[in-house]
Design a binder for this molecule. Structure first.
Ligand SMILES: Nc1ncnc2c1ncn2[C@@H]1O[C@H](COP(=O)(O)OP(=O)(O)OP(=O)(O)O)[C@@H](O)[C@H]1O
Ligand SMILES: [Mg+2]
Length: 530
């Protein structure tokens, strides 16, 4: 009898339902950076600003971004973000803001800030969840009218619901932007969110300051809830080289992906499949891979079964292939790194190192490090870590991040930098940037980079190189300070020695002797010229 009841419950199956990705993330919003009102407002701004910068760089536009935040009471804020990027097409607007996992970057192997197609729609969902309000978007593409959409997400279906859809005339008061901010192309997003606006380390301000350091070619303006305006100025009109899209490298592809690639390919032979769908596989390497895998290179790819596909992937590991091309990366470069650090931190000394690109698990990546020392950086004793992935600041989960581990791997006192435990002492800022076509984040929230050996090794080498340069500077400075101290001492003796020598010699002008001694202790003193 008992068994019968159990069977009946299972058969009914009424508890089993499909879960939409939007429902999942609504319940698990902490996974996307919305765990509390203080962090959530940073996440909302971050997702929008990242997108704006990506979209500007895609078309070589010098970014112009405004972040306007108003307190609307009841622990809620209205956040408005405007950019001068390329805008969005009418068809895409509702999906970009009203559907999770919809984007243009996920399938591309090319460096960008966004990866997953979830950032801005998750912010819209958070707004809707916490204030019940839909998101308003104005977007204008060059030569097109400005579209206004009011969109909400149907979380059960993970589909957008369009509440308003109209064209806004440029003369209309509703046209986004101040009169001195007429954007011929760009996007403005408005959303109401539950938020707590703060000013400490974890704040919108700090996130934008860090962004400004890594993106010195962008001009960003922040209006805080109390009306205070902060401008992060543009100090360079030069954008980093635009990254190119690449195909996957056979060393970075797993079986499941390979099977899908076979399904989607219209290549007629295994050899042409390998050449067309992968980077760094030419005719000879394709033949070698097939030979190694013991598979006829003239076979149709869709006749390969799972085991044979795996054989091909394994064979590719054995064949010597060139590393993937690295023009898919867009590092900031040493000059711009220095400009960014100098404009926001005004240090006494700064240095930057951009390493050559290299590869982890078939994915190209590149590491950059900047050090800024002294000057306006006052916090003696401690040091500040600025972590970046594809030019995006990472403010959370520091201890889980490979950057922190790499800093701890370096023996800082070898470079004249004092150390407490394994951490260097300031007044110092260390910025570490990883640029990659696919940054291995530890979670969907994109907050920390996974501790992979090749990445940590590159970071350590970059830190050591930069550390050596800073060490040299500090040594020179120390030597100068010692000399200066000696000089000061000798100068004070000179006043007494002038009269004393004149008296001892029974002749000579004490003032003249003092002058001569003073000359001898100066930095440019040259005994040969006496
Ligand atoms: N301000 C903007 N200007 C132009 N296009 C944009 C803008 N914001 C978003 N988009 C487009 O919308 C897509 C979805 O954005 P979304 O932030 O949700 O995902 P993503 O940036 O691709 O990845 P991630 O989830 O990692 O942020 C982007 O891929 C981009 O094509
Ligand atoms: Mg994004």
């Amino acid at each position: 009898m008992e068994n019968e009841i159990e069977e009946e419950q299972v058969q009914e199956g009424s508890d089993h339902r499909e879960i939409s990705v939007a429902e999942f993330f609504e319940k698990n919003k902490h996974l996307l950076g919305f765990e509390n009102p203080q962090k959530s407002i940073i996440t909302v701004v971050k997702e929008a600003v990242d997108n704006s910068l990506d979209a500007c760089e895609e078309e070589d536009i010098l970014p112009e971004i405004q972040v306007l935040i108003d307190d609307i009471g009841d622990q809620k804020s209205r956040v408005e973000i405007r950019d001068n990027a390329i805008g969005l097409s009418r068809e895409n607007i509702p999906k970009v803001f009203g559907k999770l996992l919809y984007g243009s970057k996920f399938h591309k192997l090319q460096q960008s800030r966004g990866q997953q197609g979830i950032g801005i729609s998750a912010s819209a969902m958070y707004a809707q969840l916490t204030t019940g309000e839909p998101v308003t978007v104005y977007s204008k593409q060059e030569g097109e009218p400005c579209h206004k959409f009011v969109v909400r997400i149907n979380t059960e279906k993970n589909e957008p619901e369009i509440l308003e859809d109209e064209v806004i005339e440029p003369e209309s008061d509703e046209f986004p932007g101040d009169k001195d901010y007429y954007f011929d192309h760009g996007t403005t997003i408005e959303m109401d969110v539950e938020a707590k606006y703060t000013r400490g380390h974890h704040s919108v301000r700090n996130y934008l300051k860090h962004t400004a350091i890594m993106n010195p070619y962008a001009r960003v303006v922040l209006r805080e809830p109390d009306g205070n305006k902060i401008e992060y100025p543009r100090v360079s009109k030069e954008l980093p080289e635009r990254p190119k899209e690449i195909k996957p490298h056979p060393h970075g592809v797993q079986l499941g992906v390979m099977l899908r690639m076979i399904d989607n390919s219209d290549a007629r032979t295994v050899s042409s499949f390998l050449q067309n769908e992968f980077t760094r596989v030419g005719r000879t390497s394709a033949e070698k891979i097939c030979e190694e895998a013991d598979i006829d290179d003239g076979r149709r790819p869709n006749t390969l079964d799972k085991d044979e596909s795996e054989q091909i992937l394994d064979a590719a590991q054995e064949v010597n292939l060139q590393s993937p091309p690295t023009d898919c990366l867009s590092p900031l470069g040493e000059d711009l790194m220095l400009k960014g650090l100098e404009k926001e931190l005004n240090p006494e000394y700064s240095t930057a190192v951009t390493r050559k690109p290299t590869v982890y698990q078939g994915n190209p990546f590149q590491v950059e490090v900047g050090l800024a020392w002294g000057g306006d950086i006052k916090d003696e004793g401690s040091f500040n870590e600025l972590r970046y992935a594809n030019k995006v600041p990472l403010l959370y989960k520091k201890s889980a991040c490979v950057t922190t581990k790499a800093i701890e791997d370096v023996s800082w006192n070898r470079y004249n930098i004092s150390q407490t435990g394994s951490r260097p002492q300031g007044p110092l800022y260390i910025s570490i940037h990883i640029a990659s076509v696919w940054v291995p984040f530890t979670s969907e929230g994109k907050e920390a980079v996974a501790n992979y050996d090749p990445i940590r090794k590159e970071m350590k080498l970059a830190l050591q190189e930069a550390g050596r340069k800073l060490g040299k500077y500090l040594k020179r400075k120390e030597r100068k300070e010692v000399q200066e101290k000696k000089r000061r001492q000798l100068t004070s003796y000179a006043q007494e020695m002038g009269p004393a020598i004149a008296e001892l010699a029974g002749k000579g002008n004490p003032d003249k002797i003092e002058d001569q001694i003073q000359q001898m202790v100066q930095e440019d003193y040259n005994p040969e010229q006496l």
